[in-house]
Design a protein around this ligand. Structure first.
Ligand SMILES: Nc1ncnc2c1ncn2[C@@H]1O[C@H](COP(=O)(O)OP(=O)(O)OP(=O)(O)O)[C@@H](O)[C@H]1O
Ligand SMILES: [Mg+2]
Length: 513
């Protein structure tokens, strides 16, 4: 391998006020086919600090965290713990050395109890047996760090926020000095996020180093002491949070100024383009349920569904998009009753669908970008590959999809770029109704800005949009009307203009029911 050029000098970077880092990455590089995910990355973590890791989609944050946590091995460079070079061959080995990571997709065993999950992987404990010792330890850790969990609860019955607490308790139980949190707040209510911040502060106060990966700049400014920004696999800056601002961080990340407000000029909604009429979906453990949900979306309006994920968002989106036949009730798209007639009927009636699991229902991971962009289009008997490539090239440009080319396999893209492929396909079809589930989850500020603008633009062009999002700010920013979904029911309705965030947060948590 030819040595890469030296990283750009990070002039003006304030070095940490002394002391030896608890953990250090020196010159870490990691390549994936066609991509340099980490390019000579240096990172120093100090005891007692909350260190935010920021960067656009695909910048290399998760890769770096995964290397620190022993999940991936670097191609070059060195890791040090308390000044000593170490090789971390697995997450187990990293944990034993005091480095733990909470991934965005939890790795708990759903049918085990909390205490069993905590004990799992600890070699000093008998295989999956939760002793009273473990149970007591779980309760004690919960009290010490503000992480209330019931040790005897079965993980599969817990909310996403509770499962996250279990993940954190699990690492604390193993006695970590360094905790890596990969986008921990993307699934939490505002109240749960506040509680998590309390925990993070308590850990830092005890001298642990906490790495906080997030796309939400306001959160970074609220919780972190220092922030390191990555772009294209490299570190482009590292500084104390006190000396920066949300706007400057956005500019550093994206390399251009970002206006974080979406303008939403008022307009009179047109005729109804999507109706859910007394829709009920009986309980199913995979999807959850819906109980007697009725709503209408008119042309030129965005109806936002707020709620913590797992409260019926999935059946709601799938029923609206025709993927799931309701047990009771009707679905009407563009004046046509499409109840139980499948996704093609909904599509033919003018509906576009941006599903929450992009690589499940949305895209075929093993196909190329060009192929995925054609997937839902009607085509003639002859496949016109040349036109596919031309289409893909145009859409990659228009939607800023960053990949080596149209023939790149979709599964190798970063989360944000995968989402852009999906949006490009759906919005390019010229729909009159859009069902968008978590359309900006996991996207960086630049991409969020793009997606929100695209949706706002479609609204102005007369599209009716059902926006299902656990990001309350997003719903309040984009929607005309807000409905709150809790345990499969619509429990609260209000206009977005002047909406009370606290009240919405409480409704999302099921208060008042
Ligand atoms: N297992 C893998 N195989 C191939 N390429 C990968 C793999 N994991 C990551 N990459 C690539 O490495 C680059 C960095 O990805 P990474 O997931 O670290 O980005 P990120 O900063 O966490 O982005 P996001 O904000 O979208 O989560 C991307 O171009 C991605 O496509
Ligand atoms: Mg990531």
């Amino acid at each position: 391998m030819t040595p890469a050029p030296d990283p750009p000098a990070t002039a003006g970077v304030d070095l940490h006020p002394g002391g030896r880092p608890v953990m250090e990455a020196r010159g870490i590089s990691k390549h994936f086919p066609g991509v340099v995910a980490n390019d000579h990355v240096d990172l120093a973590l100090y005891a007692g600090e909350v260190h935010a890791l920021l960067g656009e989609n695909g910048a290399g944050k998760s890769t770096l965290a995964s290397i620190l946590a022993g999940l991936y091995q670097a191609d070059a460079g060195e890791l040090r713990l308390a000044g000593e070079p170490v090789v971390l061959r697995s997450p187990r080995e990293a944990l034993a050395r005091g480095v733990g990571m909470v991934h965005q997709h939890f790795r708990l065993v759903r049918r085990f109890t909390v205490a069993e999950n905590v004990a799992l992987g600890d070699r000093s404990q008998p295989l999956v047996m939760s002793t009273p010792d473990v149970q007591r330890a779980v309760v004690a850790l919960g009290e010490r760090y503000g992480l209330p969990v019931r040790p005897e609860a079965v993980v599969g019955d817990l909310t996403v926020g509770e499962q996250q607490r279990v993940e954190i308790v699990k690492t604390l139980y193993r006695g970590v000095d360094v905790l890596l949190l990969d986008e921990p707040t993307s699934v939490l209510t505002p109240q749960e996020t506040e509680a998590l911040f309390g925990t993070v502060r308590a850990m830092a106060a005890e001298g642990k180093a906490v790495v906080f990966i997030s796309h939400k700049l306001a959160e970074v400014v609220a919780i972190a002491d220092r922030v390191t920004v990555m772009r294209d696999g490299r570190v482009v800056g590292s500084q104390p949070v006190a000396s920066t601002s949300v706007r400057e961080l956005a500019r550093l990340m994206v390399g251009r100024a970002i206006d974080l407000d979406v303008v939403r000029p008022p307009q009179r909604p047109g005729e109804v383009v999507l109706t859910l009429d007394h829709v009920t979906v009986d309980h199913d453990t995979r999807r959850g349920s819906l109980t007697d949900v009725s709503l209408e979306v008119a042309a030129g309006e965005i109806v936002g569904i707020a709620g913590v994920s797992g409260n019926g968002q999935r059946p709601l989106a799938e029923v609206a998009a025709g993927l799931l036949a309701p047990d009771h009730g009707r679905v009407v798209v563009g004046g046509r009753d499409v109840t139980g007639r499948g996704p093609r009927a909904a599509r033919a009636a003018g509906l576009a669908y941006i599903p929450e699991d992009r690589l499940g229902t949305g895209l075929a991971p093993s196909l190329t970008i060009a192929e995925n962009l054609q997937l839902t289009r009607p085509h003639g008997p002859v496949l016109d590959r040349r036109r596919w490539t031309a289409d893909a090239t145009r859409l990659m440009q228009e939607f800023d999809i960053r990949a080596p080319g149209p023939a790149t396999t979709t599964s190798s893209l970063s989360g944000g770029n995968i989402q852009k492929v999906l949006l490009a396909r759906e919005l390019d079809a010229g729909p009159s109704t859009i069902v968008a589930a978590a359309p900006t989850r996991g996207l960086d500020v630049g991409a969020i800005d793009t997606v929100r603008r695209l949706l706002a633009e479609r609204r102005l062009q007369g599209c009716g949009i059902l926006l299902i999002s656990e990001d309350l700010d997003e719903v309040v920013t984009l929607a005309d009307r807000i409905l709150v979904l809790f345990e499969g029911r619509l429990v609260h309705t209000c206009d977005a203009e002047g909406a009370d965030i606290t009240e919405l947060g409480l409704a999302m948590a099921g208060a008042g029911r």
